[in-house]
Design a protein around this ligand. Structure first.
Ligand code: PNS
Length: 158
């Protein structure tokens, strides 16, 4: 049984994340989408809201589970029995940070491997940060995020 974790902040989930979730869920038996609850940051959406939206957009994917986590990713991997971490690579600018993270994680837990999926071309520019910025200024984000996220961002703006 191959279990993988796709970790992230998902504040909020975008079509770019969803693309990685769909593609990686076909490569493994079980995919855990690990939603980081980082108490040092103030996200737009609470971890409960992020988990709920992710649950909604993955409801038709039977081998995908959404689980929040705190602390180190390698500890979460040990607890859940996951041997693989999936990350999406959009552009060369992602590479340095991702390399550092995967090598640090591998030093701490050699049994967990990080596997990178290059994001599909149509989403290679997309990030939660830019989506939030466009939304904050009243721009149309319907092509960047699923409808449930759009509704929730609208609610936050009101
Ligand atoms: O969506 P993001 O913000 O790019 O995801 C980053 C994430 C959650 C994968 C990363 O910050 C993480 O794994 N945090 C948990 C803490 C940890 O394990 N840090 C050591 C990795 S070097």
């Amino acid at each position: 049984m191959l279990r993988a974790i796709y970790p992230g902040s998902f504040d909020p989930v975008t079509y770019g994340h969803l693309d990685v979730i769909k593609r990686s869920s076909k490569l493994v038996d079980e995919l855990i989408v690990g939603v980081l609850n980082n108490k040092a940051k103030t996200p737009l959406f609470s971890v409960e809201e992020r988990v709920k939206m992710l649950g909604e957009v993955t409801k038709d994917m039977p081998n995908v589970k959404i689980i929040p986590f705190e602390g180190l990713l390698v500890d979460f991997a040990r607890k859940t029995g996951a041997r693989m971490v999936i990350r999406g690579l959009r552009a060369i600018t992602d590479f340095e940070y991702e390399l550092q993270m995967s090598q640090t994680n591998h030093k701490m837990e050699p049994d967990v491997e990080t596997v990178f999926l290059t994001t599909s071309l149509e989403y290679s520019y997309l990030s939660s940060t830019t989506v939030k910025e466009v939304a904050a200024f009243g721009g149309d984000i319907s092509q960047f995020v699923p409808p449930v996220v759009l509704e929730n961002i609208e609610k936050k703006r009101k």
